[in-house]
Design a protein around this ligand. Structure first.
Ligand SMILES: NC(=O)c1ccc[n+]([C@@H]2O[C@H](COP(=O)([O-])OP(=O)(O)OC[C@H]3O[C@@H](n4cnc5c(N)ncnc54)[C@H](OP(=O)(O)O)[C@@H]3O)[C@@H](O)[C@H]2O)c1
Length: 165
């Protein structure tokens, strides 16, 4: 098994995106994402790559695409090429999107899932495969998080950690 971890944020229906965007704004989750991934190698699909802010693009990213991606420092065109490229590196995080999570689930040892406690009518989803077992759940305290920067929800988001059973 590779030292690869999935990090994902979903709503309570498992939704991860709507109309090509993440339909919530959750500073506590952004801080959580940064804490985990700041010094790691990030594996990202080309569609998500095109949406990333420059601050994340500047990190050590490997972009998955079947075509050249001139804006990306490292591109791999298949799962096999990715696995060769990361070898036994520690701290490799798969950061999405939906196609890349699906392709790499079989090779990941842990899943770190933030659950945003609402529903957003998403059109792309993430599901935890049955071979993963929940090992812990913790609240992400965030008095200021909001959806679309307008609606304030009372519940805190929470993080579920799964390990391959
Ligand atoms: N909520 C979250 O935590 C979260 C996290 C990340 C992203 N997202 C959202 O997810 C959405 C994007 O998801 P998506 O599924 O449309 O796209 P994606 O997974 O980001 O990227 C898909 C692209 O990856 C490449 N690809 C896929 N499988 C491959 C393989 N086996 N080998 C090589 N390349 C491969 C292809 O690129 P080419 O077409 O260039 O060949 C494909 O078009 C965005 O809206 C984003 O905001 C949400």
């Amino acid at each position: 098994m590779h030292n690869m971890h999935i990090i994902v944020a979903t709503d309570i229906a498992g939704g991860i995106a709507k109309d090509g965007k993440i339909p919530w704004y959750c500073p506590a989750d952004l801080a959580h994402f940064k804490r985990h991934t700041q010094h790691a190698t990030l594996v990202v699909g080309r569609v998500t790559w095109d949406t990333l802010p420059a601050s994340v693009k500047a990190r050590d990213c490997i972009v998955m695409s079947r075509s050249p991606v001139p804006s990306a420092p490292r591109v791999v065109s298949s799962v096999d090429e990715l696995l060769d490229s990361i070898g036994s590196s520690l701290f490799v995080y798969v950061i999405g999107g939906a196609q890349i999570y699906e392709a790499l689930k079989p090779y990941c040892s842990t899943i770190i899932q933030t659950v945003v406690p609402s529903m957003f009518g998403c059109d792309k989803f993430f599901t935890v495969p049955p071979e993963f077992a929940l090992s812990s759940t913790m609240k992400l305290h965030s008095p200021t998080w909001s959806a679309n920067r307008v609606d304030i929800f009372l519940d805190d988001p929470y993080v579920k950690l799964y390990n391959r059973a």
